[in-house]
Design a protein around this ligand. Structure first.
Ligand SMILES: Nc1ncnc2c1ncn2[C@@H]1O[C@H](COP(=O)(O)OP(=O)(O)O)[C@@H](O)[C@H]1O
Ligand SMILES: [Mg+2]
Length: 293
């Protein structure tokens, strides 16, 4: 097969891991930077260019799209979709997953349990509407944040209002969310490939920290999921229209709550912690889908 990887750099762990896995299985692989791509669109004719040369003749594409370039990444994926290239991540699915509000909306309307959340657009109604999220502390988070940056905890009404006003004042979209204290600074990451949880880990935040992102110094260990968590993760990924995704769940008193579904999940943490060759599983999935096409 001829596989294209969209990535800002071939030096990034996930890119390298996927590249090596594909090469080991005998495929031709090329990495191009989606941010540097040019796109031609005319009546029913869509073309993609990199370094002035047409990008064509690929069977499949593996998009590795960072948070700062989601729109550009989605446009390049859409261009490739129109050219009949099999993508492991569709443009619309990426856009839905990247936005924490649309992700929660889609999950919730399809019966997936999520923490109670309020998208509050107007600072004049904060004090009224924020009561919909019961008890303190409450979580405030950026709709498009990542790596735990822009996720804060407010312990009382005054702090919450001033934090929310500050974000809204600089035109940042935010969610107010119930704080799931039973999770005690930990969450579960289930890595799903083609309808199967291939690896999973529990991440525990540093002492004095509630955010369990590895980028915030959390430690991770391989984890066994309950049947309920397994089922929840698989359904969440399917509902979001994804094939390869990392589902983050909080272990709450009322069962797993899905925090977010990562459409371009990092491989370094999960492969290092669980010793599962996740990249190989992704390449094998691509082989199956291209063959069945
Ligand atoms: N409602 C919540 N209750 C308890 N902990 C939370 C809540 N929301 C987020 N966290 C913690 O903060 C981390 C980062 O939040 P998340 O919504 O996943 O944002 P990001 O996209 O930046 O990772 C989570 O992994 C979790 O440990
Ligand atoms: Mg997260």
């Amino acid at each position: 097969m001829r596989i294209l990887i969209l990535s800002r750099s071939s030096e990034l762990y996930s890119t390298r891991s996927l590249y090596n896995a594909a090469r080991r299985r005998g495929h031709f692989v090329r990495v191009i930077d989606h941010v540097l791509c040019d796109m031609y669109v005319s009546n029913g004719k869509l073309e993609l260019y990199f370094n002035g040369q047409p990008v064509q003749g690929y069977d499949a594409v593996i998009p590795r799209i960072g948070h700062t370039v989601t729109q550009t990444g989605a446009s390049v994926i859409r261009q490739l979709e129109s050219m009949g290239v099999h993508t492991i991540l569709e443009a619309d699915a990426l856009l839905n997953a990247r936005n924490k509000l649309s992700c929660l909306q889609i999950l919730s309307m399809n019966g997936i349990p999520v923490p109670a959340s309020l998208y509050c657009n107007n600072q004049y109604f904060i004090s009224e509407l924020s009561d919909k999220i019961e008890n303190f502390p409450k979580i405030i988070k950026l709709v498009s944040g990542t790596h735990g940056l822009g996720v804060l905890k407010a312990d009382d009404q005054k702090t919450m209002e001033s934090m929310m006003e500050a974000f809204l004042g600089v035109r940042q979209k935010i969610l107010l969310q119930e704080f799931v204290k039973e999770s005690k600074g930990s969450d579960v990451r289930a890595f799903v490939v083609d309808g199967e949880v291939v690896a999973s880990m529990v991440r525990q935040a540093e002492e004095g920290e509630f955010r369990s992102n590895l980028h915030r110094g959390a430690t991770a260990t391989s984890a066994q999921l309950t049947d309920e968590e397994n089922e929840c993760a698989l359904r969440a990924v399917e509902i979001m229209g994804l094939k390869v995704a990392g589902v983050d769940m909080l272990r709450s008193d009322r069962g797993p709550l899905v925090l977010e579904v990562n459409a371009s999940p990092g491989l370094e943490g999960i492969e290092t912690v669980t010793k599962v060759d996740v990249s190989k599983r992704i390449i094998q999935y691509i082989e199956r889908s291209v063959k069945n096409k």
